[in-house]
Design a protein around this ligand. Structure first.
Ligand SMILES: [Fe+2]
Length: 390
């Protein structure tokens, strides 16, 4: 398998500064903290070097494919300004000069976000770890009392010898959309506390990353410290066994990595989400609540099938999760009032995606990364349009 090694160790070092907002610098960086920050950057650099070989990778297509232009509801490829303008001339010709400039600027920003994604995330994570004081420390560690009794019974059943896909289906609420399942995941009390904690973090001036290529508002949970003791055990001990029975072809040898984030929908901010598929084999989407009207999810067919049937709506209920295949095309309708926050866990199976990158449909060209990257490993076989979410 071909490997590209990210040049981030060299390139990203000076660009680390991008992730610290001007506002943050003016408020917090004094002469003495400058020294600390310089040490932090040095640590990050060596951390990057040491973590480069931990085993998870991205596909090289990440830097060039699936750039979302909200104004046109279109995903495009980007490699440089000239080829972008040439290849998209037809789409851009009806737009005003100012609009075209804005689109190009957004694409360039998104390109730089991707070039620096791992180093920027590490820097933000480190700053948060050093400076953020949580309001509720206890919500960073998964406890069984946070989980709904029905969910625990479901997991016990999935782990019991002799359980099959048909036996677990009897315990699940099936949605009209094919192979989309609803399950109670968290208690109401836990959702409330988690929302308060996330709000508490949002109110700080600490730097925040963008959850994915299409959502603007939300929190990357790795950066705030939710992976090791919360999301990873949730995937390994609870979700993997359920998904293995429901989607054996997508789980393969197991869901061995994830990307988890929250998304926030609010009037005058993100109100909906265009049709897309996820960079995941299996997705869990849990509504954490707040007061809102409308904004249901909708599901169509799998991305590679020509399914022209009417999409099926799936409504949000606080504490309940919707489990679906990442490649099933879906979107979120506009909320018409209030605010909604959802926890999204994109679960990846390296044994499945190593064969084909779901974002480019080719054998993945492995690019080294921090942490879970995009869930590819180099132990697999010879190795992945429409809207898609990275
Ligand atoms: Fe999605």
């Amino acid at each position: 398998m071909k490997k590209y090694y990210h040049q981030s160790t060299e390139l990203s070092y000076p660009i680390y500064w991008n992730v610290i907002s001007k506002h943050y610098i003016l408020r917090h960086i004094t002469k003495s903290t400058y020294g600390k920050l310089r040490n932090l950057l040095r640590d990050l650099r060596s951390e990057f070097m040491s973590q480069n070989h931990k085993g998870f990778y991205r596909c090289g297509c990440y830097l060039q494919r699936n750039f979302y232009i909200a104004e046109l509801n279109l995903h495009v490829n980007y490699c440089d300004e000239d080829s972008f303008l040439k290849h998209n001339a037809e789409h851009l010709k009806c737009m005003q000069l100012e609009q075209r400039k804005k689109i190009l600027l957004n694409i360039k920003e998104e390109y730089m976000r991707r070039v620096n994604i791992d180093s920027d995330a590490r820097l933000r994570g480190r700053l948060i770890q050093q400076q953020y004081v949580p309001r509720f420390k206890e919500v960073y560690e998964l406890k069984e009392c946070y989980l709904d009794d029905e969910f625990i019974r479901l997991v016990e059943h999935a782990k019991a010898p002799g359980s099959t896909s048909s036996s677990i289906l009897r315990l699940l609420k099936r949605e009209k959309a094919p192979e989309v399942y609803r399950m109670k995941v968290f208690t109401g009390d836990f959702c409330e506390k988690l929302l308060l904690e996330l709000d508490h973090f949002n109110q700080t001036s600490l730097p925040k990353g963008r959850p994915n290529t299409m959502n603007n508002s939300g929190i990357l949970l790795e950066e705030v410290g939710y992976y090791e003791k919360f999301i990873t055990p949730l995937r390994e001990k609870y979700l993997n066994c359920i998904a293995s029975l429901l989607y054996p072809d997508w789980v393969g040898d197991g869901l061995d990595s994830h990307k988890a984030f929250t998304v926030q929908y609010k009037e005058n901010e993100d109100v909906d989400l265009a049709q897309h598929y996820d960079n995941a084999e299996v997705t869990l989407n849990v509504c954490l609540g707040k007061d809102f009207d409308d904004g249901s999810l909708y599901f169509g067919g799998m991305r590679k099938t020509q399914d022209h049937s009417q999409p099926s709506e799936v409504e949000h209920v606080t504490g309940e999760g919707i489990l679906h295949r990442g490649q099933q095309v879906h979107g979120a309708m506009p909320i018409t009032f209030g605010e909604r926050v959802n926890l999204i866990i994109w679960m990846r199976s390296s044994s499945v995606r190593n064969k084909l990158c779901p974002m480019c449909d080719n054998t993945p060209d492995l690019v080294s990364s921090f942490g879970f990257g995009d869930g590819f490993t180099d132990g697999g076989s010879d190795t992945v349009q429409m809207c898609s979410l990275h």
